[in-house]
Design a protein around this ligand. Sequence first.
Ligand code: PEP
Length: 247
Amino acid sequence: MRNRLVVANWKMNGSLEANARWAEAFLALEDAGCDAAVCAPSVYLSQMACLLKGSSVALGAQDVNEFESGAYTGEVSARMLAEIGCSYVIVGHSERRALYGDTDDRVALKAKAALAAGIHPIVCVGETLEEREAGETIAVVSRQLEAVIGKVGAEDFARCTVAYEPVWAIGTGKSATPEIAQEVHAALRAELTKHAAELGDKVRILYGGSVKPGNAASLFAMPDIDGGLIGGAALKAQDFYEICTAH
Ligand code: PEP
């Protein structure tokens, strides 16, 4: 049995005041009844750690450097994230792959660094529209997934979460249909099962890409969709809550 996990990816949004208002509003609501996490910009992680202290909402970061420490100006290490209270970190988000040169290999190293610091990586995979139209979806997501499993090993991958995020659905308002998403999630789960039956059973596969309160229930009803990674709709506490509790 995999518990639903819903993760907010705030991207480069927020302010001290807006974050405090979000936390106050979200924590005033009934328990969301699922595992929930907020991945905030790194400068706000300590603020969010204080605001979420004692609640059931976990803290996450949006990226991590693959090295332990050293001359990497502007970067943040996994140990630092762990020290500040992060239990999750997103690695391989398509925006980082497209805009900041994150290769499959670097994403795998980032996941490995996170695991070494005791943080659960949320490994994002997903195809572009061009790749989908060329019939390459499963090959692309399998390659992205295998790069990480190959580097961290199947045993440690059990501490990872996968997020299937079709690039064409991110921030576009055009979510994948539940059927399209389920097809890819099932293929990803089969890939995990090839390594170990336990991996297929245990690892949560989240869907991300224009999830909103209105479409979350139908997506989450699919057998291989274990929750969501939510961008735009997670900026409003009420919308994020409605996604967490969608049935
Ligand atoms: C994301 O960036 O991870 C994402 C899913 O964004 P949105 O929900 O805005 O499509």
